[in-house]
Design a protein around this ligand. Structure first.
Ligand code: GLC
Length: 553
């Protein structure tokens, strides 16, 4: 399948569909929704980790890469899912977490017992002379990235939770184990892989970071390209059908030129996150800050144009399991909920790259309705609540920040119907269902031709029907415009123009193109006012215009 024409749908199994009444989603639940997914038109399902795990980080702490966590089902369930998906032309993409394992993984348990072979699978270091952790690096989830082990008088590194010790990729035996895991799942017929925080596996030097939390010391490190090439050669690169995406935390674009260039034989494409900081204060996530639209636009366009110049490929997304819901973030939850959900979909689905839809985004699902700390499940959010209150913030102010930035916003159970628990489970869901499920749910949207769901179906079809969407060049339009995100895609004489009003107010947009030659392919409003190069946009309006190439006429 051509990855340029493909659309990936991300599933967070825990919150997708529960068939057993345990309150936790399962693999059979995913199988039961394959018709829905086929109807939507997606080509791949990225499944977040379902391997055996103590679930400290909802499965991103893997205890056994070869077995399915019984909470989610059995290997037979997985094989059935793969088979039935394939029948519908849908491939499975697995989420491989290789920067770290769970502290319950047998390798780490042996390491802690002092087995030298397995100790070298992880990163143990002596503390500083005079005491304290080996470096000043901070865990992504708050606090020091080092945990002291009194038996060894040493610390081990964990860039994430304490229960997620980092693997030592410098050790060739670790890399060989990782490659073996990938080959195992390839044999099960898996068609793609997503590699979790893969650009952090090569560490530069175990030294203090004078300016911050250590990020430059372990991001896009000195051997990362070598490691990726080896992984490619020893595993997925052996099957040209397989597509891969690397999650690139705090990455540099120059590194991504290589990660995602076909000639480098590393990965098919990359996720970068700089555009997701548009409502941070600089690098600070745990604060309240307005959306910096111009900053967002600049970053998006710079990744679009520069990756294209280097022949490298982007993964496109606005929602995922680590991000609050985009419609709550950049759109509207009330008056223009539907219009803004459609506009945001238009914006990223038609850029140059492969789009990733996150479960529920195609319904316009909004942020969770969390009132108190006990409503939260996410280790990052809970840790940061404590950090904020220890710094002197009142619990209610800290909760306000969590309400905006917590990853749990995206992890509320999928809203299938207006039945109890949104049709997600017969039992008590592991996380609070958003009470707006009576209004926002798949059942209702399937029946409504004007729904966000049907709009997403149309967006996906545009990528399949128009080569200019999958293969065209990209050119920003009106870079300085403070209200509108607009761009042109072109292929030969063929041209597609996408104009998105980012705000809930009317606005007249003027561009340099003569739009009288164009026809309307898609829009989130039934009527339009377009004259030559001007468009009268309604709140959150999105318009997709198309002009055929002369040779096709
Ligand atoms: C990635 C995952 C996230 C997880 C982290 C640690 O960022 O997307 O959910 O917590 O890696 O594995």
């Amino acid at each position: 399948m051509d990855y340029k024409k493909s659309v990936v749908y991300e599933i967070y199994p825990k919150s997708f569909c529960d068939t057993k009444g345990t309150g936790v989603g399962d693999l059979k639940g995913i199988t039961s929704k394959l018709d829905y997914l086929q109807n939507l038109g997606v080509d791949y399902l990225w499944l977040c980790p379902f391997f055996v795990s103590p679930q400290v980080d909802n499965g991103y702490d893997v205890e056994d890469y070869y077995s399915i966590d019984p909470r989610y089902g059995t290997m037979e369930d997985f094989e059935e899912l793969a088979r039935k998906a394939e029948k519908r032309g849908i491939g499975l993409m697995l989420d491989m977490v290789f920067n770290h394992t769970s502290d319950r993984h047998i390798w780490f348990r042996k390491a802690l017992k002092g087995d030298p072979y397995y100790k070298n699978f992880y990163i143990f270091k002596k503390g500083k002379e005079g005491g304290g952790a080996p470096t000043n690096w901070q865990s992504r989830f708050g606090g020091s990235a080092w945990e002291y082990v009194p038996e060894f008088d040493e610390y081990y590194l964990h860039l994430y939770a304490m229960q997620q010790p980092d693997l030592n990729w410098e050790n060739p035996d670790v890399r060989a184990e990782v490659e073996k895991v990938v080959r195992f799942w390839m044999e099960k017929g898996v068609k793609g892989f997503r590699f979790d925080v893969i650009n952090q596996v090569s560490k530069k030097a175990y030294e203090d970071d004078p300016d911050g939390d250590g990020t430059p010391m372990f991001t896009d490190g000195p051997r990362i390209h070598e490691f990726l090439k080896e992984l490619n050669e020893q595993s997925f690169g052996r099957d040209p059908e397989i597509i891969t995406v690397g999650e690139m935390a705090a990455t540099k674009m120059e590194s991504c030129f290589r990660y995602a260039n076909p000639e480098e034989h590393e990965l098919t494409m990359v996720f970068s996150f700089h555009h997701m900081r548009a409502d941070f204060a600089g690098d600070q996530k745990w604060v309240l800050a307005p959306v910096d639209f111009m900053g967002f636009k600049k970053i998006m366009f710079s990744w679009q144009t520069k990756m294209a110049e280097h022949g490298s490929w982007n993964a496109l997304f606005l929602d995922n399991h680590d991000q609050p819901r985009i419609v709550s973030r950049f759109g509207s939850e009330d008056e223009y909920w539907k219009e803004s959900a459609k506009m945001l979909g238009t914006l990223y689905q038609l850029l140059r790259g492969t789009p990733f839809i996150y479960q529920g985004e195609e319904l316009g699902m909004t942020n969770g309705d969390f009132k108190e700390l006990s409503d939260y499940r996410d280790v990052e959010s809970i840790n940061n609540f404590h950090i904020l209150t220890e710094k002197g913030l009142s619990p209610s102010d800290a909760l306000r920040i969590l309400q905006k930035h917590s990853r749990d916003n995206a992890r509320t159970p999928m809203q299938w119907s207006s039945e109890k628990h949104a049709g997600f489970s017969q039992g008590e869901p592991w996380m609070k269902v958003n009470p707006n499920y009576e209004r926002i749910n798949a059942q209702a949207e399937l029946l409504d031709e004007d729904s966000v769901f049907h709009y997403y179906r149309q967006l996906i079809q545009l990528r399949k029907q128009y080569e200019v969407v999958s293969d065209g060049d990209v050119r920003p339009l009106g870079l300085e415009d403070e209200r509108v995100f607009a761009f042109e895609r072109s292929l030969g004489e063929e041209s597609l123009v996408v104009i998105c009003n980012f705000y809930g107010r009317d606005y007249t947009w003027k561009g340099e193109l003569d739009l009288s030659q164009y026809q309307i392919l898609l829009s989130n409003y039934p009527e339009h006012e377009i004259l030559d190069n001007a468009v009268w946009l309604k709140p959150f309006e999105a318009v997709v215009l198309y002009r055929k190439g002369e040779q096709d006429e």
